[in-house]
Design a protein around this ligand. Structure first.
Ligand SMILES: Nc1ncnc2c1ncn2[C@@H]1O[C@H](COP(=O)(O)OP(=O)(O)OP(=O)(O)O)[C@@H](O)[C@H]1O
Length: 253
């Protein structure tokens, strides 16, 4: 089943060159779709458009056949429960003044009226926070700490726990490991792969790192200067048919 359909999406910023030229793709339920491209090619702009944090200039984005540009405020709130984003820098995603347990409970409190949780259950705040920390393989003792008292990898696990707490269907992972050291990167990728299966999630995995994208994803899209220049299954990564730009990315990974 198609979860997300993007048709001829375009986006420009005032006074800048076009950030996204007409761009189309589909993301199917249960898949991890990779999106790779160098800095400035428009990956984060695309992610922000998908979440309707940015307005689009042209084209359409459908989530399960519903055009998101037509959603009213109430429908948009419900849509954002179904699609969550995990960003590169976990420090900016967590409120430095809130203890981890309070950051974890915040999305649940915002969305509780429309939630029907299948994987987690809410009996008490303490039990809910414990389940979430367990899901991302963190000790319960971190619940009472502040973000600055955690390592970068632990903070990223907390932002992942926050994102999955309200049981979205799709996670947009925008460079989720870019700020981490190599060991933590591997551990976060392994955790994300496990969560996708156990929570029946779908991912759009965005990165400049082709090796990480190829490890995580089945299908891979390649973006260059606001355009999709190549798309293929990872089994065909090394095929001769690849676009010259994909070959360039392969040569440097
Ligand atoms: N708010 C903004 N206002 C004006 N121009 C912007 C804005 N955000 C992005 N851009 C421009 O749009 C283009 C695409 O940027 P974007 O951040 O989407 O790229 P990216 O591929 O995600 O890069 P990175 O990996 O470095 O974050 C760039 O030319 C950038 O300068």
């Amino acid at each position: 089943m198609k979860l997300l359909t993007v048709k001829n999406l375009t986006k420009s910023y005032q006074g800048q060159k076009t950030a996204i030229h007409p761009l189309s793709f589909e993301l199917h339920q249960g898949e991890c779709l990779g999106l790779v491209g160098e800095s400035g090619c428009g990956k984060s702009t695309l992610a922000r458009c998908l979440l309707r944090i940015e307005t689009i200039d042209g084209g359409s984005i459908y989530f399960k056949n519903e055009a998101i540009e037509r959603l009213n405020e109430r429908q948009l709130h419900a849509y954002r429960q179904k699609m969550q984003i995990v960003l590169q820098n976990p420090s900016s995603a967590l409120n430095p003044k809130l203890k981890i347990k309070d950051s974890l409970i915040d999305p649940y409190e915002q969305y509780r009226k429309q939630l029907s949780l299948r994987h987690f259950s809410y009996t008490s705040k303490k039990a809910f926070v414990k389940q979430l920390l367990e899901a991302v393989q963190l000790p319960e003792s971190l619940a009472d700490r502040y973000p600055h008292e955690l390592s970068g990898g632990q903070r990223q696990r907390v932002t992942i726990a926050r994102a999955i707490s309200i049981e979205p269907e799709l996670l947009v992972l925008d460079e989720p490991t870019a700020s981490l050291d190599v060991i933590s990167q591997g551990a976060i990728l392994a955790l994300l792969a496990e969560l996708r299966v156990s929570l029946h999630l779908s991912y759009l995995f965005i990165s400049h790192d082709l090796a990480a994208v190829a490890q995580m994803s089945g299908r891979i899209l390649v973006m260059k200067e606001g355009r999709l220049v190549d798309q293929f299954h990872r089994d065909h990564l090394l095929s001769d048919e690849r676009h010259p730009y994909t070959k360039e990315l392969i040569s440097i990974f």
